[in-house]
Design a protein around this ligand. Sequence first.
Ligand code: SAM
Ligand code: DTB
Ligand code: SF4
Length: 334
Amino acid sequence: MPEKLSNSDQILRHDWQNEEVEALYALPFSDLMYRAQTVHRANFDPNEVQVSTLLSIKTGGCAEDCGYCPQSAHHESAVKAEPLMPLDKVLENATKAKDSGASRFCMGAAWRNLKDRDLERVAAMVTGVKDLGLETCVTLGMLEEHQAKRLKDAGLDYYNHNLDTSPEYYGDIISTRTYQDRLDTLAHVRDADINVCSGGIVGMGESLTDRSGLLRSLANMPNHPQSVPINLLVQVEGTPMDGVDAMDPLMFVRTIAVARIMMPLSYVRLSAGREHMSDELQAMCFLAGANSIFYGEKLLTTDNPDTAHDQQLFERLGINTQTDTKAGEHASAA
Ligand code: SAM
Ligand code: DTB
Ligand code: SF4
């Protein structure tokens, strides 16, 4: 039976102040976990996790200068630029992902923005993946209104576009596009009736106020994103963020718990960074309300835990993987 929630935890709020978010972070750990777990149980099956598999359909050589990213042409990482992947190879990968148990297939491109000349090729990928019986997600950088509509028509269920960090810290990480650019893209996605997947990265040397600012910005959008990926920075050699001080793992768990409380109906995804997390830390993240993961041996260019290990972890924790999320059905509407 779902626990009874306090009034404040039942409401889908869009007016969070930073002090309130910081106060959640400051709760004693057990109290924070109890509150997050209570919200989680009131809204979701606590033993069910949604699994998405990623594929990089266009790798490297990106014009943006995101300080964490190995695919930026501004940094000297080992990632080599490749052209847009052909449709048959995309569908081959999607079929494998489906066979190994993924319910959603997310295609990522190292682009600043989607160009009209690539639109139809990406639309064909979306339709092809959808026809395999998978939910579809793409992340292609900035998107215009007509492009969002075309992708919706092609069968797109989710568009991933992250805010990455707080508006205040953003300028320290990226200089080639603005926070407002990101909010504008998300507005086009929402207006085209595509589910929004938007989250950020922690472990980039940000302050607690910045972590709170990221979650505040996500929750204060006109709708809570249906999916909220919380990435732990994957430090990659050659990127400016390589070598930043590692984050306290319990602070990562707190971030998941605070996201769960603030966005009670959203899927909170334990995203990049699992490769370096213990099983016990991941278990704590599920307890804090994470109910989605990236599954499959690669993220975009970096490693993710192997699928046999993830399956074993699910078994040890009694977690069932969700076979069908019925895109957006659980999504927050207000
Ligand atoms: N180029 C598109 C864009 O940035 O909008 C889509 C792909 S981009 C790689 C998608 C997201 O991956 C970024 O917004 C960032 O949040 C995440 N990401 C990239 N590199 C990462 C890293 N090293 N560690 C954690 N997350 C990372
Ligand atoms: C998201 O929030 N995380 C994913 C997905 N959306 C596209 C990407 C993580 C990338 C990690 C670094 C890499 O593998 O290149
Ligand atoms: Fe390009 Fe996306 Fe990487 Fe930024 S995060 S450099 S936009 S691929």
